[in-house]
Design a binder for this molecule. Structure first.
Ligand SMILES: Nc1ncnc2c1ncn2[C@@H]1O[C@H](COP(=O)(O)OP(=O)(O)OP(=O)(O)O)[C@@H](O)[C@H]1O
Length: 262
């Protein structure tokens, strides 16, 4: 289970911007850019939560706080009952995190990359082989397992990155735009993989700009706009709050007019 409450994160503005404010984004003030100002949501066992929001809303910053790569300035993050702001090591073990920039070792093959991270997590021998084979099959990786990472296509790299991120069977999985830039077949494989995580009761939080993926996969959504969660709850409640049965319209209505009073 993931419970996030009142997250905040600001970044010091570059010297030349220090004394400026932005007319279009009130988050630029006081010498800081307040990327995330108040974000809250929860994702329970067996649930998939989609994180939505316009470009620059604060989704990646939020997910990086969940992954413990960034420390929040305020707010709490609880994962499987652990306060991971206070105990980031517990968070690192409990989370499988796919970031937009997760690196692979170019000279290692796809298989070697995943096995390397499995070993870092303490897997060895038969357990390592069984876990890696399971992932290679779920993510349809067999055709390129022996190719060096530096020669992989975007989709092959993404599958390898996902396998690497979840090889230790984390309690929760957090994916930053897992399907961006991928072809339809690779997208489908990743969507099916997320469904399998859900069947195994693993909570999954992922950010996306694709509302069709939200419709296909998610039990709940959190819509972040200008650093604040404007809506957090079930898909049905999202449609009600956005006054439309179409997710696209509901999204635009909430961003432009706020949630409807119901
Ligand atoms: N290190 C940083 N220093 C200053 N500003 C930052 C930093 N990191 C992020 N920001 C700003 O915070 C805001 C939120 O960025 P973030 O990457 O979290 O948005 P996002 O919702 O993931 O956007 P997108 O959908 O375009 O990926 C942006 O305006 C970004 O420029």
């Amino acid at each position: 289970m993931i419970v996030v409450n009142g997250l905040k994160k600001r970044f010091k503005l570059a010297k030349e911007l220090e004394n400026t404010t932005s007319r279009s984004d009130a988050r630029q003030r006081d010498g800081f850019f307040h990327s995330v100002e108040d974000v809250s949501f929860r994702c329970d066992r067996g649930e998939v939560l989609g994180l939505l929001g316009p470009n620059g809303a604060g989704k990646t910053t939020t997910l990086r706080m969940l992954s413990t790569a960034l420390k929040p300035d305020a707010g709490s993050i609880e994962i499987s009952g652990h306060n991971i702001v206070k105990y980031p090591l517990k968070g690192r073990k409990a989370i499988g995190f796919l970031s937009g920039t997760t690196g692979l070792y170019g000279r290692l093959t796809a298989k070697e990359n995943v096995e390397y991270f499995a070993k870092l997590h303490g897997l060895k021998g038969k357990a390592l082989k069984v876990r890696c084979d399971e992932l290679f099959s779920q993510l349809a990786m067999d055709d390129f397992l022996d190719k060096r990472a530096e020669h992989l296509s975007t989709g092959m790299k993404q599958k390898t990155n996902i396998a690497r991120a979840v090889v230790h069977q984390p309690d929760v999985v957090v994916l930053d735009e897992p399907t961006t830039g991928l072809d339809i077949m690779t997208k489908q494989t990743i969507i099916q993989f997320i469904r399998e995580l859900k069947s195994a009761q693993t909570p999954v939080v992922f950010s996306t700009h694709h509302l069709d993926e939200i419709a296909l996969l998610c039990d709940s959504v959190c819509l972040i706009d200008k650093g604040q969660s404007r809506f957090s709850g079930s898909i049905e409640a999202f449609k009600t709050a956005g006054q439309s049965t179409e997710l696209n319209d509901a999204f635009l209505n909430i961003v432009n007019h706020g949630c409807a009073d119901v």
